[in-house]
Structure formats: C-alpha cells, structure tokens
Design a protein around this ligand. Structure first.
Ligand SMILES: CC(C)(COP(=O)(O)OP(=O)(O)OC[C@H]1O[C@@H](n2cnc3c(N)ncnc32)[C@H](O)[C@@H]1OP(=O)(O)O)[C@@H](O)C(=O)NCCC(=O)NCCS
Length: 191
C-alpha cells in the first residue's frame, strides 16, 4: 500500500492520545541525536498553543506536532513522525495544518531548535525555515575528563553533565568531550 498524507487523520491532540504521543515521540527520537531526551508524558501546553496528532488507519498516533505560542512568536516544541511512517509527507502535512491555525492569530514568526540530524535540518530548510543562530550542547559522559566539574555538598563530583557553550568553542570542546552537538535555531517568517 502506498501511504500519502491523505492516509492519515490529522486533528487536534486529545487526552486519549497521550500514550501514542509518548510512543511516537520516543521511537522517532531514538534514531536521532536526541536519543536520550525521553519524555514519559506530554504535559499540558498553555492556551493558545497548538497540539496536533496524526492517526493511521487503525487510529494509532504516528505523528505529533506541538507548537507553543507566546504573543507574536511561536516555537515548535515537538515534531515527530513514527519511523515506520517517515518520508510520506506527514510532518509537512502537520505543519500545513498548524500554519493555517497560526494564520488566524497574531503570530508573525515560527521557530524551532534542533541538533545535527540530516532529516530534521533538511526538513526545516525544505519547509521555508532559515538558520538564525547556532550554539553547542555539551555532555560530560563516561570516559571524559571531569576536571573542573563540581557539585554542592553533600553530593559527589558529577558523573554526567549537560551544558551549553558558544559555537566559537567547538573545536576545543570536541577535543575534550565525546558528545558535542551543534544546536541550530531555525526561523520561518509568517508575515
Ligand atoms: C524530521 C521528521 C519530523 C520528518 O518527518 P517526515 O514525515 O518524514 O517528513 P516529510 O515527509 O514531511 O518531509 C520530507 C522532507 O523532509 C526532508 N527529509 C525527511 N527525511 C529525510 C532524510 N532521512 N534525509 C534527508 N532529508 C529528509 C527532505 O527535505 C524531504 O523532502 P523530499 O521528500 O522532497 O526530499 C522525521 O524525520 C522525524 O520524526 N525525525 C525524528 C524527530 C526529529 O528529529 N524532530 C525534529 C527535531 S527536534
């Protein structure tokens, strides 16, 4: 069977989607640089944010899009398509539904933040987003030199840590730590 965006039912998130949202997001992110960014629940989005789910023919949630709205600015919190359903235009269809909803609001810019995964970066560029800013996500992991890392008493020295840094420090930080990601902000002008 050939899947097209019309094979999916794209509609607002409902509380019954919670389990499907977690499964879809977790499986989608597992193959990305956000592999350990697991959220065991979705949590509430403040009004007037937009939450969409895409269901397959069996009613399973296979795509999710959450957008937080604050005044004239909106940010993609989550865009994820179940790995078995990627490459069929589903994320693009979710975005189109969200853009139609945002057109009814005062929002003038939509942004998103992502690491170096090719699919995500290509998807944002393909959908009219332009890079505005980049910085670093740096992890202290097993095997890294933890010199300089401290914790308040009575805690031991940290075994793991996550920190931000300037893009200018990329070469030095990649030589010191095994896990360093460039994080990019993408922005789409909606006016
Ligand atoms: C990014 C993601 C949401 C795209 O979902 P999708 O439904 O497969 O995307 P669509 O079919 O709507 O978009 C297709 C376009 O995206 C880009 N794209 C998607 N997958 C790609 C891949 N594996 N390699 C390169 N480009 C890719 C291409 O530009 C493609 O256009 P094309 O078909 O003309 O080449 C999906 O890969 C995903 O869930 N990834 C994991 C979660 C994630 O990284 N989220 C965003 C970062 S926070």
């Amino acid at each position: 069977m050939t899947l097209t965006p019309t094979s999916y039912d794209i509609r607002p998130f409902v509380p019954g989607d919670e389990g499907g949202w977690v499964r879809c997001r977790t499986l989608a992110f597992l193959a990305t640089q956000y592999y350990d960014d697991v959220k065991p629940r979705r949590g509430e989005l403040d009004t007037p944010s937009i939450g969409l789910g895409a269901a397959d023919a069996l009613g399973h949630v296979v795509g999710v899009l959450d957008i937080e709205v604050a005044g004239t600015e909106a940010t993609i919190d989550t865009i994820a398509v179940h790995p078995d359903h990627q490459g069929h235009g589903l994320a693009t269809s979710l975005l189109e539904v969200a853009l139609a909803a945002l057109a009814e609001t005062r929002v003038t810019t939509l942004d998103a933040w992502t690491r170096e995964d090719v699919a995500a970066n290509e998807w944002y560029r393909r959908n009219g987003f332009q890079e505005r800013y980049r910085y670093l996500h740096v992890y202290l992991s097993d095997g890294d030199d933890s010199s300089g890392f401290l914790a308040p008493k009575p805690l031991s020295k940290p075994h793991a840590a996550f920190a931000h840094s300037r893009i200018d420090d990329e070469i030095e930080l990649r030589s010191r730590y095994q896990r360093v990601h460039v994080c990019r902000q993408y922005v789409r002008d909606l006016r």
